[in-house]
Design a binder for this molecule. Sequence first.
Ligand code: SF4
Length: 321
Amino acid sequence: MTVIKAESAGFCFGVNRAVNMVKELLAENTKVCTLGPIIHNMEMVEELRQKGCRPVDSIDDAQPGETLVIRSHGVPKSVTDALDQGGIPYRDATCPFVKKIHRIVADTDPERDVVLIAGNRSHPEVMGIIGNCSCACMTFNNEAELDQILPNILLQKNKQVIIVAQTTFDTKEWKKSVKKIKKLCTNAKIFDTICNATSVRQSEAEAIAARSDFMIVIGDRHSSNTNKLFEICKKQCPQTVLIETADELDVSRLRRAVNIGVTAGASTPARIIKEVLDTMSEEIKSGETTNLEESFEELLEESLENKRALFPYPSFRAIRP
Ligand code: SF4
């Protein structure tokens, strides 16, 4: 049995930066609240809550004396404007890669431009991008949705089409969409804003899943990038499971597998990945003993039925721990 863990599993640069920002504030004894959970991992959010950092739903919930932290997804411009106007102290942990998209869509002409965002419009990152856009914008989540919106845009002559992507957008879906846009809209300005960490994580997970007969994706079920990883792996390896913690791992499935792959979403803490690997390691070790015992029992039974002494007992003892 072999176990391959993706090197790209776990916190990405942007999530690490945001979590460290909160930890640094807590270390300075600053009271902290985050606008929404700082990452899509409830274990980590709970850990930070114990240390005095609470998630809030709105900037109006920030208490006097608290510093509000904007998470890596970023926020609409109206939110930072309201924080500035209300004199609410805050730190901005928006990932620099997301900030770059904000700059692209903010630097647009309301009369001339239309922005197309490849992404899920109900995801906070996309809501933040929409809220920084200076011109009209539309979203699409796949090629079929692009087919629905593109004809209307093409009817509006003299419009400059600008395309950006949610940083965690599926790279294959993006390539298909770009191909279509280039064909139908020759002057479109296309910005590939998919985060490199995401594409590396997705390609590595896909390659590992393709050679695995059991694939484990570790991450929070509310995390967009974890769910995408799960979908990508499932296409390559039907025996793919998504677990949030080591407790959810059905260890009996490990024993039936020959090649096991492991990856984790961008907001999965290293501690949880280690716990899963430790659980697997213990189970695989005990499974090796059990399998040997089972095969011996099966062979012994078979040999007795056939009235033949097939399996020499001394060598069985030699392989027992
Ligand atoms: S996935 Fe990429 S864009 Fe998103 S927070 Fe991580 S580093 Fe930033």
